[in-house]
Design a protein around this ligand. Structure first.
Ligand code: HEC
Length: 314
């Protein structure tokens, strides 16, 4: 088994390197928060102990801790809660008009790029998000030290438009996202990931044009534990390949076309812990059936979603 050592590596860097225009906090993000969040998280009301009307407030977080993890939208409740189904009790904003898809995407991109508050803003030393903030700052990305063969491999993948990051700060495990890579259906070149071999843990294909035929190229990557297929148009035929990923723990099939019949194929995956099916063709009954067949998995179909993962420690 091949393992690489990477001391720090962040997806913000490659967005920056690939020349994607940065989202501007002042002109693009603050107006969204003002419009949709200030009434409960501003100077008149501070619900959940959280203020969203200043960079410091956002970085400080609320009663339950930090809400922003620069560079990692999926770990940032500030973003995730706005994408929940509207009837979910944790959905934000709790009242009033929710974020449009465009606004959600802007917020997500801003966080993915490192959540910059502009060149003049200096994050306070005490902020819990401070360290991540510094790590994710695109300017710092240039200083990241990548050791061993991984340097070239990661550089090549980034040149191909992929976001490459380490998993939970483990320097030897990688996650790769195709979400911003603009691959057309049929053009998902997963063989490019082969040099990562056993180091590959997470694959994010959310909102891409990936097809069931593309997924055949993933079958050999048995080290994958996390697969996000959400908001793609794949259906039951995609589950042939997915059900060959024997070490899969987390599978997001939200807003796909999979159905009750297809998902039963997942019952041969003993390591599965979580399957998300909101917005797919699957029914509560089908989800229950799969759950019964899998020993340790929760299969969730809709109404109630657990809160986003929280980071403990750096
Ligand atoms: C109508 C009031 C209201 C509005 C508007 C609102 N919130 Fe909240 N928010 C709450 C309340 C109440 C809480 C306290 C905890 C709870 O009930 O989840 C909260 C808590 C939060 C939390 C912390 C939850 C956690 O578990 O970390 C985040 C993040 C959050 N809101 C984000 C937002 C965002 C982003 C917006 C704007 C898009 C927004 N909220 C708009 C009422 C609101």
């Amino acid at each position: 088994m091949k393992r690489f050592t990477v001391s720090a590596l962040c997806c913000a860097g490659c967005l920056w390197h690939s020349g994607v225009a940065a989202v501007d906090f002042e002109s693009q993000i603050a107006p969204i928060l003002e419009d949709k969040c200030y009434r409960c998280h501003g100077d008149e009301d501070v619900k959940g102990g959280l203020r969203l009307d200043s960079p410091i407030g956002i970085l400080t977080g609320g009663e339950v801790g930090e809400v922003l993890v620069p560079g990692d939208p999926n770990a940032s409740s500030l973003y995730i809660l706005t994408t929940y189904p509207k009837d979910d009790p944790d959905y934000m904003p709790q009242k009033g008009k929710g974020l449009s898809k465009r606004e959600q995407d802007l917020l997500k991109a801003w966080i993915a790029e490192g959540a910059s508050f502009g060149d003049d803003f200096v994050a306070p030393i005490q902020s819990p998000a401070r360290k991540k903030f510094a790590d994710a700052d695109p300017d710092n990305a240039r200083n990241y030290i990548i050791l061993g063969d991984a340097v070239e491999i990661v550089a090549r993948l980034r040149d191909a438009g992929l976001l490459v990051d380490t998993v939970n700060h483990d320097a030897s495990l990688f996650e790769v996202s195709y979400t911003y890579a603009e691959r057309e259906a049929g053009a998902f070149d997963f063989e490019a990931l082969e040099p990562l071999e056993d180091s590959l843990r997470k694959i994010i294909l959310a909102r891409t044009e990936v097809t069931a035929a593309d997924l055949i190229g993933l079958e050999n990557f048995q080290s994958i534990e996390y697969l996000d297929m959400s908001r793609t148009s794949v259906g039951d035929d995609a589950l042939d390949s997915i059900s060959k990923l024997k070490n899969l723990k987390f599978l997001n099939l939200r807003d796909t076309e999979v159905s009750d019949r297809g998902i039963q194929r997942l019952s041969g995956l003993p390591s599965l812990e979580k399957v998300y099916l909101w917005g797919s063709q699957a029914t509560a009954e089908g989800a229950k059936r799969l759950e019964r067949r899998l020993e340790n998995a929760s299969v969730s179909i809709g109404t109630r979603i657990s809160p986003p993962p929280r980071r403990t420690g750096p």
